[in-house]
Design a binder for this molecule. Structure first.
Ligand SMILES: Cc1ncc(C[n+]2csc(CCOP(=O)(O)OP(=O)(O)O)c2C)c(N)n1
Ligand SMILES: [Mg+2]
Length: 281
């Protein structure tokens, strides 16, 4: 039984808007953070949580749930924004973001937050954990899927390529990875740090079912999740999502060095206004 699959539900764009808005509100609590990433990945998270995935908001540990593993722990602000929108984390907790004792620490921690499946912070590990979880679920006879998000900077890590190899060795057709290609990492544009193109060809050569989409085109992302779920070959699946940092807030889209941004106090309301002005009906 598909418990929370809102296939073809109207309003996924509205969900993405709320995810961006929640992230901006959390950003305002700290005055800074990984805001541009939260804005770039909101469409992917909306499609994952409000179209593709199966889960029970009132019971985040339900055994039959699809798992979402956030490898890039610094994107926690984005995932919290989605978990709040999904009703897994109460909206009021948004005000506690990043404070001591909060269930919403700056980097994702499995023991702290309902719906957070792994702890992050050290990059390059999520895909390996996802491979283990997907293999374990298969061996238990579960039909649950494992989704995992990682970032283009993580492609620099050797462990990611080991996991890419193991996933196809074990024919993990219950694994759906998403890589956020925002062409940015801490030290500059990702492609200038360590060249990873042609990424699609490489992933195909490693035995994956690969799709590359505009990660801010919601229809394309939804279609890619469907194709990934229902693809017939016994291969792991990956969506290469090209995204725009700061998406939806024009003055943040134009900001350079946007890996960790400071937004001045008066700019938060401007950011929400900018988001509202581009809101899709
Ligand atoms: C193993 C490891 N190395 C380095 C870091 C420090 N670090 C934190 S975020 C980051 C950038 C990673 O690239 P990406 O996630 O693509 O950056 P973004 O798109 O968020 O700008 C780095 C190097 C880390 N957290 N873990
Ligand atoms: Mg990046």
């Amino acid at each position: 039984m598909e418990t929370k699959t809102l296939a073809n539900a109207p309003g996924i764009a509205e969900r993405a808007y709320h995810i961006r808005r929640n992230a901006l509100r959390m950003g305002e609590v700290q005055g800074q953070g990984y805001i541009a990433q939260a804005l770039d990945i909101a469409d992917v998270l909306a499609a994952a949580y409000f179209h593709a995935m199966r889960y029970r908001p009132e019971n985040p540990a339900w055994e039959g749930r699809d798992r979402f593993l956030l490898s890039n722990g610094h994107y926690a602000i984005a995932l919290y924004a989605a978990l709040i929108e999904a009703g897994i984390v109460p909206e009021a907790e948004l005000e506690t973001y990043g404070f001591d004792e909060s269930r919403l620490p700056m980097s994702g921690m499995a023991a702290y937050t309902p719906g957070m499946e792994m702890s992050g912070g050290s990059l390059g590990l999520g895909l390996s954990i996802a491979v283990g979880r997907a293999l374990g679920l298969k061996r238990k006879g579960s039909d649950a899927r494992v989704y995992t998000l990682f970032s283009d900077g993580e492609l620099d890590e050797g462990s990611v390529w080991e996991a890419i190899m193991s996933a196809s060795h074990f024919k993990l057709d219950n694994l759906i990875a998403i890589v956020d290609v925002n062409n940015q990492q801490a030290d500059g544009p990702s492609t200038q740090m360590l060249a990873f193109e042609p990424l699609v060809d490489k992933l195909k050569a490693f035995g994956w079912f690969v799709q590359r989409v505009d990660g801010n085109d919601l229809d394309a992302v939804v279609a890619a999740f469907d194709a990934a779920k229902y693809h017939a070959e016994p291969k792991p699946r990956i969506i290469v999502a090209d995204t725009l940092m700061g998406k939806g807030v024009s003055f943040l889209e134009r900001r350079e060095k946007n890996h960790f941004i400071r937004v001045e106090q008066h700019e938060w309301q401007l950011a929400i206004k900018a988001l509202d002005s581009g809101r899709q009906a």
